[in-house]
Every structure is written in structure tokens, then in C-alpha cells.
Design a protein around this ligand. Structure first.
Ligand SMILES: [Zn+2]
Length: 228
């Protein structure tokens, strides 16, 4: 009797379902693909990462914006650490608008900006809680990559937080360039999510030999010597 053997990728894909206003932490190995999916649309997911080998090395908004020369990262951009080492490469992005300027929403965000009284769930608290078992203290959490967050910059420099452009099923895929400890959320801030809190789905796919980027022929063509 033949028993079908599932393909390797089916056995090694890990999945997380983040309920609204929650978070998680997970280890992602170098070469693995992290796919962040907005299953219902218009939902932000805050992402942060630390080098597993030395968690004082973290994903840096400043370094990444320096080298990308844009505040809007998308397919093909490399995301750098505070030590200017590549942490991620974005290999697919069906939305093309994410924020890397603003910090994760925190208890203070809600008291200062929203004037909320009493406890309000926040990405910062969710990240801090889930990263604590890895020895990462709250003060080590920097600016997050706010996946699907739609922030416009006016000519005056004023920021406008708009509803995410993501629709149901939209996603971004990042390839890990080193072993990483990753914190991720389904964002808790009303303004960032068009006032409706939705889940976020995460998939971690096994390392692949070739990615879409690697398969582009431009490098091979460039490397060919000019000859007559
Ligand atoms: Zn948030």
C-alpha cells in the first residue's frame, strides 16, 4: 500500500495565527522565508528582530533607511541591523506600502495620542511579553517595521496615518539573512487599522536554494565579458 509522502516544504512550514491585538515570538533560521499575511485586509503587523547569536544586534530602521535611500521599503530592499549587517531581504510584497518610521504602539501611545484612560492593548506590551523569555528587555525594543501600515509624509513633514492599502490575502515575504529571534504582532491601534482589529497569519517556510530574486538573470548578463 502506497502512502503519499508530503513534499519537504509541507513538512517544514510553520504557521502562527495571531488573534486581534496579540503577538508572538519565534526563531527564524538563516535562509527561511517569513510570510506575513493580512487575511481580512487593512490590518497592520509590527515586526522586530534580533540576531539569535547576540541579541544586542537588532533590526535598525535608521540603518535600513540610510542604505535603501527611501522610507518605503519593498521587494528587493535589504533590511539592516544596527551593526549594518543584512538581517532580511524582502523577496515578495503585494502591497508596497509599509512604515518604518514609527515605534510600536505602546501604553503611552494611547495615553498621549489617544487620551485613553485605563489599560489598552498595545504592540509594545505584546512584543515585550513574548520577547522576555529570550532575554530581550522592553528597553531593547526599537522602531518596528510596521508591515502594511500606511503613513504619508506631507511636504511640510507632517505625517498622515491612513488606512492600510492591504486587501484580504495580501502578504509580504522576507528571507532571513541570519538566524533571528523575531517578535510580531497584530497591531492594537485604532488609527493604524481603520478602527477594526483583525488577525494576522504568519508562515515560516524552509530555506530554499533559489529565490525569485536570485533567479533574475541580470547578474549573469552583467558578468559576461564584453567581446567581439
Ligand atoms: Zn500596534
Amino acid at each position: 500500500m502506497d502512502v503519499p509522502i508530503p513534499p519537504a516544504h509541507a513538512m517544514t512550514t510553520r504557521r502562527l495565527h495571531l488573534a486581534p491585538q496579540t503577538g508572538a515570538a519565534v526563531e527564524v533560521r538563516r535562509g527561511e522565508l517569513l510570510k506575513i499575511i493580512d487575511p481580512l485586509g487593512e490590518q497592520v503587523s509590527d515586526l522586530i528582530s534580533f540576531a539569535s547569536a547576540d541579541r544586542t544586534e537588532w533590526l535598525s530602521s535608521g540603518r535600513t533607511i540610510d542604505y535603501a535611500n527611501t522610507i518605503y521599503v519593498t521587494t528587493g530592499h535589504v533590511l539592516y541591523s544596527n551593526r549594518s549587517r543584512p538581517m532580511w531581504t524582502i523577496v515578495d510584497d503585494t502591497v508596497g506600502r509599509h512604515d518604518f518610521l514609527l515605534t510600536p504602539c505602546s501604553p503611552e501611545t494611547f495615553t498621549i495620542l489617544y487620551r485613553t484612560t485605563g489599560h489598552h492593548p498595545s504592540c509594545f506590551e505584546n512584543l515585550a511579553r513574548h520577547l522576555a523569555p529570550y532575554g530581550i528587555p522592553p528597553n531593547a525594543i526599537p522602531t518596528t517595521l510596521n508591515v502594511f501600515m500606511n503613513v504619508d509624509v506631507l511636504p511640510s513633514g507632517e505625517l498622515r496615518i491612513l488606512p492600510p492599502r492591504s486587501r484580504a490575502g495580501d502578504h509580504i515575504v522576507l528571507r532571513a539573512e541570519m538566524d533571528l529571534t523575531v517578535g510580531i504582532t497584530a497591531c492594537s491601534a485604532e488609527l493604524s487599522n481603520n478602527c477594526r482589529f483583525k488577525p494576522i497569519d504568519v508562515e515560516i517556510h524552509a530555506a530554499v536554494e533559489k529565490t525569485a530574486l536570485d533567479l533574475q538573470p541580470s547578474h549573469a548578463v552583467d558578468a559576461a565579458p564584453a567581446s567581439e
